[in-house]
Design a protein around this ligand. Structure first.
Ligand code: SF4
Ligand code: SF4
Length: 67
């Protein structure tokens, strides 16, 4: 199981990482960050395979994946 660190303050809610995740475990949260966007969140940590597609896809390096 991999650990995801999401820098919520930097996320602009573009959803690219959500589309990229093969396990469909990323979603936009109901929270609003200081930029006025809904930041992405992990919905099921158990299912994460650590592929880092989400981190690779993010244009703002919001997501960090650690195995
Ligand atoms: S590391 Fe892979 S499985 Fe885990 S959240 Fe990112 S895209 Fe999804
Ligand atoms: S790709 Fe990056 S900026 Fe876009 S929603 Fe995902 S974490 Fe946020």
């Amino acid at each position: 199981m991999a650990k995801l660190t999401i820098n919520e303050a930097r996320c602009k809610g573009c959803g690219l990482c959500i589309t990229a995740c093969p396990k469909q475990i990323l979603a936009l949260s109901d929270k609003i960050n200081e930029k006025g966007y809904n930041p992405v969140m992990m919905t099921d940590q158990e299912k994460c395979i650590g592929c880092a597609f989400c981190a690779t896809m993010c244009p703002d390096t919001v997501i960090k994946v650690e195995k």
